[in-house]
Structures are given as structure tokens and as C-alpha cells.
Design a protein around this ligand. Structure first.
Ligand SMILES: [Zn+2]
Length: 223
């Protein structure tokens, strides 16, 4: 599959399905998913990890600081590594402020890939975000997250392993409301505007069924 972009940035409020769409691009098209959370977890258990970096990570976990410089360093190295392998890179949830978007942009320019960056916004209202968060389920055995779908209430078994589907403890109205305050449209739209102003934005209606969103995202990336 020939993809027309090297960097795909999925933007969306919680529950918009960006994690699911990222997984489709990885599974179906072999894109590299660069997740800052995964990179930090990998550093923590890497016996050859830089001591200074590990100390920063420990401080961050203790709530002493947010080591933005460490996160950029890890993410940029991983993106660079994958670009060198000829892979397209998908980012989801990595960019949570305009300042971060600008930092990434500087990096993309330095890498010479700025013309090949596309941000895809999966649009969703805060109201639907809330409804999806409190209705999604997770497999008690394999921890697979079953994103919200209209028939979720009738689903009881994991399609992958047959395990029991449960509602996660943190998918309750209070936590959902807090996540929307932190990552809802009020926080997201300035980032969307940043990419729109740079001519790097396409929006897809994220309230559609997951597979319809998948079809549109893939069409955009091959047009
Ligand atoms: Zn399962």
C-alpha cells in the first residue's frame, strides 16, 4: 500500500477512536505507531537506558516535574528511526498542546518531512465523548478495549479470547468528566486550528461507525 504521507497525527477527544484507528493503520498497513507512553515504559525497564533519562522519568513519576525534553528526545529518536526504515509513522495522543505541536513541527522541518505531515481530526462532541467513555468495555482476560458501539450493552464476550467483558473502574461519569475537561474540545480545538492554519488538517466525522471512519481515513491517505 502506497501511503501519501510520512507522518500521520491522529487528533481527537477521548473516545473519538484515535487509538483504534492508529491500530488499523499499524495492523493493516505496517505503519509504525509511536506512543510516548510506550517509550517511557520501555525506558523504565531498559537495562541499557541512559541513567540521566531514567532519573528524569523517576522524578516525573513522583510528580516532581514533567520532563518534556525527555519525551521529545525519546519520541523524535523513535520517529527518526522509523522514517529511516522507510515507514510512515502514526501518532495518537502525543500532541496535547499548541506548544508541543510547534516542537514537533520544528523537528519535522529539520527532518525534511514537513510537507508529508497530515493531522486527521476525528471530530466528536464532548457530549458524545462522555457517552462513549462511560459505555466502553474491556476484556477481563486479555485487556482488549472494546470501543463504544451502539450494541455494546448486549456484548458480553471478548471476540478475541472469549473472556468476559466488563466496564473499567475508571470509565465512570466522574473520571470521564475530568478527562473531557483535560482533553476535550476546549483543549483540542486550538491544536486543530494550528494544523488547519498550516494546511495540514483533514477532518473526519468521528461519530460514524469505526469501520466507516477507517475507510475514510485510508481513502484520505491514498488519494
Ligand atoms: Zn479477551
Amino acid at each position: 500500500m502506497s501511503v501519501n504521507k510520512k507522518i500521520i497525527i491522529l487528533l481527537g477527544v477521548p473516545g473519538s477512536g484515535k487509538g483504534t484507528q492508529a491500530r488499523f493503520l499499524v495492523d493493516d498497513w505496517g505503519m509504525a505507531h509511536v506512543s510516548t507512553g510506550d517509550l517511557l515504559r520501555a525506558l523504565e525497564v531498559d537495562p541499557n537506558g541512559d541513567d540521566n533519562d531514567k532519573q528524569k522519568l523517576a522524578d516525573m513519576k513522583a510528580g516532581k516535574l514533567v520532563a518534556d525534553d525527555l519525551i521529545y528526545k525519546l519520541a523524535f529518536a523513535e520517529i527518526e528511526r522509523n522514517l529511516a526504515l522507510g515507514k510512515s509513522v502514526v501518532l495518537d495522543g502525543a500532541i496535547r498542546s499548541v506548544e508541543q505541536a510547534q516542537k514537533y513541527n520544528e523537528f519535522f522541518i529539520a527532518q525534511g518531512v514537513n510537507d508529508s505531515v497530515l493531522a486527521i481530526e476525528l471530530t466528536l462532541s464532548d457530549d458524545l465523548s462522555f457517552k462513549r467513555l462511560i459505555k466502553r468495555k474491556v476484556c477481563a482476560d486479555c485487556a482488549d478495549i472494546i470501543p463504544y458501539a451502539v450494541d455494546n450493552e448486549t456484548k458480553t464476550k471478548c471476540e478475541k479470547c472469549g473472556g468476559k467483558l466488563i466496564t473499567r473502574g475508571d470509565d465512570n461519569p466522574t473520571t470521564a468528566q475530568k478527562r473531557i475537561e483535560e482533553q476535550g474540545n476546549a483543549k483540542l480545538q486550538p491544536i486543530v486550528a494550528y494544523y488547519r492554519a498550516g494546511g495540514h488538517l483533514v477532518s473526519v466525522d468521528g461519530s460514524q461507525p469505526i469501520l466507516d471512519v477507517d475507510t475514510q481515513v485510508k481513502k484520505i491517505l491514498t488519494d
